[in-house]
Design a protein around this ligand. Structure first.
Ligand SMILES: [Mn+2]
Length: 467
């Protein structure tokens, strides 16, 4: 036992079924990344002992057939190769708590099929071989910290001191985003686990000193994930890989502790390219020529391409050459593209002139404020609040400035607890365009609250009572 090395895989945030950019084929990319992960694991020598998944197996809590089959095939392959799997739920895997109580989720199904060990608050700890203890806590947003504390104190006796102790979480850890976190490093470390497996954050991130590790997602769900500070997933301006971790652990009897080595591994994915260029031209024709030149020098074929051009002048001055559709012919071979322009002379987009360009303003505004990934969810939340016309709307109705009202609604929506405030209907994410339309229509009621139409649910009978 002394010299035996334990090897395990840490993976996270597969987001199976995500039809990003409203493209059905994009969901195949998320499947392919997981298929490639499976192949990589099965070709490992020696084989890993077990695998941990820190949440967001699925992008939608009602996964598509393809998404479910991908997960099934992966976990089944692990089972056939005697690689035990331990999973916690991410925010994408499970809907609001009321719905979850009634219906459970697809991770429960996989667990009932005997393919995964699903760590939930009812059963958060599993010990294996008298040597390894795995504790997991799924997504709870801002409630993660107190719930983790309760669970830990309730189950700490099940974590023998000398075991290799692993904690799985799906929460934001201090230091990942500038001003937001669910768990501090200090509190995590106080629980004295040997390896902290973190999900939710999609980029490689680690604090080796404390054994805090984010594996990173297998595919990128938003453009802010195209580059990581360690250049694990990108080469220059091209993002080429998703990532996962291979962890090796060895008991050090002399020091009475575990020695861990975690190593990032790459999974090839569809390329994402970002080109940022300052254009020098003075006339519209010169600008257009430069744009065309830059595009034709970029390896766009079947790739996802973002062009950000900076132009000296005003938007009005170059309006005829700064519509991205003008370059659609050149970009027809790209899987997806977007061209954005930045002008040194700002165009006046005040909310007073909302009518003429309201769609543009709100789209830009929402895009700047929130990550792509959260776009449809946030807009659904805004719709939900607006439709309710409750406290939230009343709370902001006194703010005279419309822009500040919207800002406040967005802040409240972002800070609101998804678990408690969002019901099944709301979380059924509408495509972005559709949500935006509803939002624009409802925008007018910001200062005129309407009565709540929310219905109290009658009798929360769990289907389990009938099974
Ligand atoms: Mn995720």
């Amino acid at each position: 036992m002394v010299d035996k090395e334990i090897i395990f895989i840490h993976t996270s945030d597969w987001h199976l079924g995500y039809e990003q950019y409203q493209k059905i084929n994009r969901s195949k990319d998320f499947t392919l990344a997981v298929v490639n992960l499976k192949k990589a694991i099965l070709s490992m020598e020696p084989k890993p002992n077990f695998l941990i998944h820190t949440g967001d197996v699925f992008h939608h809590f009602r996964p598509s057939a393809l998404a479910f089959r991908t997960a099934y095939n992966f976990f089944n392959a692990m089972k056939e190769n005697n690689i035990d799997v331990y999973v916690i739920r991410g925010n994408h895997d499970a809907p609001g708590s009321r719905y979850r109580k009634a219906h459970k989720d697809y991770l429960f199904l996989l667990s009932e099929m005997g393919l995964i060990n699903y760590l939930t608050t009812d059963s958060p700890v599993i010990n294996l071989d008298n040597e390894i203890s795995i504790m997991g806590i799924g997504f709870f947003g801002k409630r993660t910290s107190p719930i983790l504390n309760t669970i830990f104190n309730k189950y700490k006796e099940e974590l023998p001191k000398d075991n290799l102790k692993i904690l799985l979480t799906h929460a934001l850890v201090e230091g990942q985003l500038p001003n937001d976190y669910d768990l501090t490093i200090q509190e995590l470390v106080s629980y004295k686990f040997d390896y902290y497996a973190l999900g939710h954050y999609h980029l490689p991130w680690f604090r080796e000193k404390w054994n805090l590790w984010v594996s990173g997602s297998t595919e990128q769900t938003a453009s802010n994930q195209w580059f990581d500070e360690y250049n694990i997933r990108n080469e220059g301006n091209i993002c080429k890989y998703g990532s996962y971790l291979v962890v090796k652990a060895k008991r050090n009897e002399e020091e009475n502790n575990w020695l861990l080595r975690a190593e990032y591994k790459k999974i090839p994915v569809r390329w994402k390219i970002i080109v940022r260029k300052e254009l020098k031209g003075k006339t519209a024709t010169e600008i257009e020529t430069q744009i065309r030149e830059i595009i034709s020098q970029t390896p766009i074929d079947q790739n996802i391409c973002h062009f950000n051009f900076k132009i000296h002048g005003s938007a009005d001055q170059f309006s005829e050459v700064t519509n991205q559709n003008k370059y659609a012919d050149l970009l027809s071979k790209a899987f997806h593209f977007s061209i954005k322009f930045d002008f040194t002379q700002e165009t006046d987009y005040s909310f007073a002139s909302l009518h003429a360009t309201e769609e543009e303003i709100i789209t830009n505004y929402v895009k700047e404020m929130i990550e792509e990934e959260k776009e449809s969810t946030i807009l659904s939340i805004i719709n939900y609040f607006l439709a309710l016309g409750e406290n939230l709307v009343e709370g902001v109705a006194n703010i005279p400035n419309e822009e500040e009202q919207l800002q406040q609604i967005l802040n409240l929506a972002l800070n609101s607890n998804l678990e408690n405030n969002i019901d099944e209907k709301t979380i059924t994410s509408q495509p972005f365009e559709e949500a935006k339309e509803v939002f624009l229509k409802n925008n007018k009621i910001i200062s005129k609250p309407i009565k709540s139409k929310k219905q109290k649910s009658k009798g929360n009978t769990s289907i389990d009572e009938f099974l």
